[in-house]
Write a protein of this length. Structure first.
Lengths: 404, 236
């Protein structure tokens, strides 16, 4: 009967209860929206990292990542490729020759990371072809051509056909330089990458380095994101002479972002709930003050303090849970809609988003796996909000309450 | 005939004990036997409600003992006192004090639920109670849909629901018109005579005083007069 009483009590002031329920609906909707947006942004960022930057797994010479010297090549790739082609999860293999160097133009110099690529695989591996905004698509590739990012082009005032000189150390630490001409300008969703990465022919770069035909990196794409750790551990045992790294290890800032944004989204949700808790607390205190005499009477008749506490707690939980399902439902519907149609965030500034490596169109995703923690936060909010009113109710002396 | 239900020994209730003490009840001795139909009368401020609150375990005396059916309630812990009230004392308040969100039936059932009585027994007893207070037709109505007299009869049914040792009624007819008051008194009288239920009520109402078989007059927290109980109802 306490359940019946609690349910009917919250409808004694319909408008007041509906207002607080709507607040909870909106609060939860806001929380879900934040979680969904962050989830969408994270997914977008992770997809960019995997699909356009690192791939799922990369293989290097064990010393290459630490010392970053071009002499640390992978070596004979015949046997390695044979092993890789026998792993069913691997759907794409890409090879690169890498070197850090200096780019010199009439307007100045800039530090760059030079990727020596095989256009046949690189174009699809990192979606480079889709990112090219100006110039040819390198199908009619000529010698000493370079593809640079738009950000770098703007900074160095380079156009299609502009000449530049690349300088770097070869394997014997001699300074090598060579003139290149800008054939294409690309633009990705990651401005810092656009400012740093330039692409040249892999065979040309390896020749300049004195390592004809050699590569520094093998990138792999898998048929399933979840298979990364499994395939990585398999590769570690099959290729003990190579360093096997997953995208999380190569791009730790993305992994850090995933964890940080996860925590931030919960913090935002908790802040929303704290604000709501005060609304619930206020409503419940008003309800208790208005019913002082009634509560005193119930106590006089013989209802124990725990029963009165439970009654107030139930009313608070009903108020909270009354608004929660609607908030979840609207949140889910909006997430589904925007997940299908995308949410255009260009209003926030394309450059700003790009500088953090985010795309302009985000596809928010309903955080189904976070539903349980969200519901726990909501219920805990309700329980915490009910404590003060419930304590007030049980501390009433029946005789004083009846005089009210 | 010596079945004493309420026995107060030299009880006092003092307000402002450290500044200017005001005795609401002073050195009061009172015995109420099972089956009595007793009215507490006296001018305002004479201590009627305070005495009912003390006997009902809602307040504690500063001195003395209150023994209800052999239990000294002044020595009970707050938790045990709540439980004692639930099983031994029925209350009827001046302003009815029904739970507004519950129907008449649910108001009476609430007490039995607190006592942990089974559904079958509850249903059976509710039928009987509402027949006794002549409210069988209004059993599913909420207090707001009932007249004052009907609400007070529900309050009597609720007070009886726990099968208490006695019923304390604080000015039960004060908010009722004369017809409703007379009707309520008929019911209370009948319950007293036929079911041997003990009633102790405070009142200013001469109609109630006329129907009482014992009248205790309080003045300044002390018994000024006490008529002999007329125990005509103890035939069974």
């Amino acid at each position: 009967m306490l359940v019946v009483m609690a349910w009917r009590n919250i409808w004694r002031h319909k408008a007041r209860s509906l207002v607080i329920m709507m607040s909870i609906t909106l609060g939860l909707l806001a929380g879900i929206a934040v979680l969904a947006l962050y989830e969408g942004m994270l997914v977008s960022r992770i997809r960019t990292v995997i699909d356009e930057e690192t791939g799922h797994i990369q293989l290097h010479h064990p010393n290459f990542s630490d010392e970053n010297e071009s002499k640390f090549i992978i070596g004979d790739t015949t046997e390695i490729f044979k092993i890789l082609r026998n792993i069913p999860e691997i759907i794409q293999i890409n090879k690169r020759t890498l070197v850090n160097g200096m780019m010199s133009t009439p307007t100045g110099t800039a530090g760059v990371q030079v990727f020596g690529i095989d256009t046949a695989t690189e174009f699809s591996y990192s979606s480079l072809k889709q990112k090219i905004k100006e110039g040819n698509d390198l199908t009619s590739y000529k010698r000493n051509q370079v593809i640079i990012g738009k950000k770098l082009a703007d900074k160095m005032k380079l156009k299609i056909g502009s000449k530049l000189v690349l300088m770097f150390n070869d394997t014997t630490n001699n300074l090598v330089s060579s003139a290149f001409r800008v054939s294409s300008i690309y633009q990705s969703t990651n401005a810092p990458v656009d400012e740093r990465l330039i692409y040249v022919s892999g065979s040309e770069l390896s020749e300049l380095l004195g390592l004809p035909g050699q590569i520094h990196e093998i990138g792999l794409k898998l048929n399933d994101d979840k298979a990364v750790d499994l395939v990585a551990s398999k590769l570690k045992s099959l290729l003990p002479n190579l360093k096997v790294e997953t995208w999380k290890e190569i791009s730790p800032e993305t992994e850090f972002m995933v964890k940080t944004v996860d925590s931030y989204s919960y913090i935002i949700l908790i802040i929303i709930m704290i604000a709501l808790a005060f609304g619930i607390l206020n409503t419940m205190l008003m309800a208790i003050m208005e019913r002082t005499r009634e509560i005193g009477m119930i106590a006089a008749l013989g209802a124990s303090r725990i029963r009165i506490f439970f009654l107030v707690l139930l009313e608070t939980v009903f108020l909270t849970l009354g608004g929660a399902p609607l908030g979840l439902l609207i949140g889910w519907l909006l997430s589904v809609y925007f997940n299908k149609n995308g949410l255009n965030l260009s209003g926030m500034g394309e450059d700003v988003l790009s500088s953090f490596g985010f795309k302009v169109i985000i596809y928010p995703s309903f955080p189904a796996e976070k539903l349980l923690p969200v519901l726990i936060i909501v219920v805990v909010t309700a329980l915490l909000s009910s404590i003060i009113p419930a304590l007030k109710a049980i501390n009433m002396k029946p005789i004083d309450a009846l005089k009210n | 005939m010596n079945d004493i239900v309420i026995d107060t020994h030299n009880i006092s209730r003092v307000y402002n004990p450290t500044t200017i003490p005001v005795y609401a009840i002073k050195n009061l001795h009172l015995h109420i036997r099972r089956g009595e139909f007793t009215a507490l009368v006296g001018p305002s401020g004479s201590g009627k409600t305070t005495l009912l609150n003390l006997i009902g375990g809602l307040d504690k005396p500063d001195e003395g003992q209150i023994v209800i059916n052999g239990t000294d309630i002044t020595k009970l812990s707050p938790g045990k006192l709540i439980d004692f009230r639930l099983h031994n004392i029925g209350f009827v308040f001046q302003s009815f004090n029904l739970i507004p969100v519950l129907t008449a039936r649910e108001n009476a059932e609430f007490i039995m639920l607190l006592q942990g009585i089974s559904k079958n027994e509850r249903d059976e007893r509710i039928k009987q109670l509402f027949r006794q207070v002549d409210l069988e037709e209004q059993i599913e109505r909420r207090p707001s849909e009932l007249s004052g007299g009907q609400q007070q009869r529900v309050a009597v049914a609720r007070a009886l629901a726990s099968k208490p040792q006695f019923i304390l009624a604080d000015e039960p007819t004060a908010n009722l018109d004369s017809k409703s008051a007379s009707n309520l008194l008929d019911i209370m009288n009948k319950l007293n005579k036929e079911e041997n239920i003990t009633f102790l009520f405070s009142t200013h109402d001469q109609r109630v005083i006329d129907r009482a078989r014992r009248v205790i007059t309080l003045v300044d927290g002390q018994i000024a007069s006490d008529t002999e109980p007329i125990m005509t109802s103890y035939a069974h």
